[in-house]
Design a protein around this ligand. Sequence first.
Ligand code: ADP
Length: 719
Amino acid sequence: MSRIASILIPMPLPEAFDYAEPEGMGLAAGDHVAVPLGPRLVRGVVVELRAAIGGNRPLKPVAERLDDPPMPPGTLEFVQWAARYAVDTPGQPLAIALRGARAPKPRPVRVAVVTGAAPSRPTAARSRVLAAAASVLPPAELARAAGVSSGVVKGLLADGVLRLEEVISEAAFGAPDPSLQGEVLNASQVAAANVLADMVRSGGFNVALLDGVTGSGKTEVYLEAAAAALAADPDAQVLILLPEIALTQAVIARVAVRFGAQPGEWHSDVAPPARRRVFDAVATGRCRIVVGARSALFLPFRKLALIIVDEEHDTSFKQEQGFIYQGRDLAVARGRIEGAGVILASATPSLETLRNAEQGRYRWLKLSARHGTARLPDIDLIDLRETPPDVGRWLSPPLRQAMAETWARGEQSLLFLNRRGYAPLVLCKACGERMTAPDTDSWLVEHRYTGRLVCHLTGFSMPKPSACPHCGAKDSLVSIGPGVERVEEEARELFPDARISVFSSDTIFDAREARRLIESMAAGEIDILVATQAAAKGHNFPKLTLVGVVDADLGLRGGDLRAAERTYQLLAQATGRAGRRDRPGRALLQTYAPEHSVMQALRAQDRDAFVAAEMSEREMAGLPPFGRLAAVIASGPDGAQLEVFVRLMAEAAPNTPGVEVYGPADAPLGLIRGRRRKRFLVRADRAVDLSAYMAAWRARVRPPGAIRVVIDIDPYSFL
Ligand code: ADP
């Protein structure tokens, strides 16, 4: 009997499309296929097969079954679940899940292999080549390894002693060895590791919060849980998610040492052929440990036994563009679908996770002290109203003095400022014009390294003009406020002999460079590091004893739902870099609001008090984690048309108990790339299925072609 194949296509289509299965193709769910869509053939994945019942209209046939490892059932279910949760089309998460399959296969390389024939003319150089040929290398590399000229290798090829063979290089996903010894754990680490290992060994879906102060050894502990998972089942796979590429590099190195094998690496900076190799090796089960960024959640794991989300509170887990999702929440969802263990690790867990732990839904494991003799740093506030920096400078006298003392002791300082570039605003002192990106409500940020003004929102950039584009005044543009490049300039003036580096996403372009900088900081080759959040989390720098936070109030401005929580987390992380092993550390926070509850909690290192106060405010307002939020962002080129549409949309909002709809209102970023933007905010009680509500609302409106409606479940940005 002929069958109908439902095919999911990685495009924004509302549902899977039906095709006829050609006789004898023998499709199964998860198979990759090529199907006709309009005039083209596109890749898709079989979600379901059912018997064709007579009388159906004729369907186009599946064109071809592709030679890729099928998408495992768990991955397929996860993709569909994620789409429903995010109120988006299933093609969006599917596109992420197929990124690896669509990357080009690594090209075969020609390597020299020994044929066994005896050389006609044995020489010392030829023997060296034959010895080196045991490791099967391309001819040029073989000559280099043997320390001979390429002519010697060519001679052996001509002689028939060596022969060329094409191979696909298999990345070194050696089998991890969980029986290798990790560090000897201290008593509280052992206690936590045992609970996690038992959880993993007993199998099934369970979530644990590994809550430990910075430097307490959370990584050591979760690697033990990974070892337990790998040892319990020879096919088990482990996924470790991290919020920053720089952090993936550090963890990859630790995994390689702990298990004697290189893990799969997955993030935006992995080149397509390497991506393809990881994808295939995960799908076939050869790659058993993946260390990556949030999109690694969509890899086709065959037997995912454990997911670790390190720095689980980090807002970088929220993807804001394209398919909008919170990676930490999807990690828990994937764990449930796969029947896998999930470990959320942090020194400053999100309120959502803490609430789940308090309610007993997650196991809660605590590491309350740093490993060994290391102590947490002393934290002091510098009141900028009392000891301001000089005019046009950003480092106050007490911070400068602490830096001088640190430098004199031969120790390192970290200056933390979460702002890229040289200055966040450029304005004309003649006419007051603020430089903004064209058709966008966002200031242009000055970058001195490149001499350009850059819009961090749209990527627009232009050379810094010599005259004001508005009034034409010459040399009238002034830089307002500091970014990391400007703080670096000041540090160089103060410490001309110090070795100073900047770490931000503008100065560090790829994973290798990030790794190099982190390593040279760890090796003590940098005296002062000026860094944005990209370098201020998770790393261990043994000689770093002073952290100076240049503008502790920065994140509190704008005041969205999570401003206080995020500021607390970020500054606790940044200050937590100070002091390791035998060297006590110190952190200084420059603030204009030393009385603010966040500053007081940081100074007293009293997370519990801060969390309790923040929780009770959220509870009173019914905000997450006590209620749910969703945002709608509607945008279009024509303000009047947008206005009419959002009014209609407001009227169409379903009336449901426990749901409140606020808006429409102008978005704070009211104009981006020429598109006007309006927002709604929806608050719902926890018992409400907010995704279903939003889907129902969306189904009631039909935006005109020029208008785009984006739904953001659990928004982190309110701009
Ligand atoms: P966290 O992830 O909690 O910040 P890490 O696991 O990175 O902590 O540990 C902090 C530092 O202490 C690292 O350099 C780590 O190697 C070291 N460390 C932690 N636990 C131990 C241990 N039991 N034995 C030796 N070194 C340890």
